[in-house]
Write a protein that binds this ligand. Sequence first.
Ligand code: DC
Length: 227
Amino acid sequence: MSFNIAIDGPAGAGKSTIARRAAEELGFMYVDTGAMYRTIALYLLRSGTDMEDEKKLRLALDHMNISIDYQDGVQQMYLNGENVTGLIRTEEVSCMSSRSSAKPPVREKLLKLQRDLAARYNVIMDGRDIGTVILPEAQLKVYLTASVEERARRRCRELLEKGENADLSEIEKDIRERDYRDMHRKTAPLKIAEDAVYVDSSDMTINEVIGRITELARKRMGSADEG
Ligand code: DC
């Protein structure tokens, strides 16, 4: 049986960096589910689909094929055969993915893909509903968060390092709005699974968080072997 680690939490908590590096250390596959929602968002933007019309949304999704593979350990996203990995990190796609991921047909489309990966491989999967909806039986669940202010500062630094413009108060406002949408949507809202380990990374380094998660995983893998 595969060993599954679910990492959920709000935008900008460092989930993907931490999950990717913890997966490397443990020899697990890292699955970034946000990238899947972003790929669907890109498709909806390109096709100009009216998301509010459920019939049209379902029809559009029927014409969309999404798949992943790995190149040098980095997850690649394919949309109808096209590698769109480099196109899904824009603010436009972020904003669209936050809205479209609230739609049940979008979530249904990804549920099977995510469960199939977790059944076949040892995975660290990060997202919003992994521990609560997608993998309720995951052997380890982590809820990773940080204060809004700290997440905004980190995002701001990232943008400045890339040579892009960044306005801290705008970013903070965006994060608050995204948190609200992710936590208050009807379908699969972001919440803490009852059996999740709560990690607030506001005052922790990346290495400290990775150490915490890999230690928890190793302990649980050990007890799974004994049992
Ligand atoms: O983690 P991210 O910023 O790449 O996610 C993009 C959007 O997708 C975000 O607004 C929340 C949504 N999402 C989701 O609803 N469920 C997931 N499992 C992962 C992401």
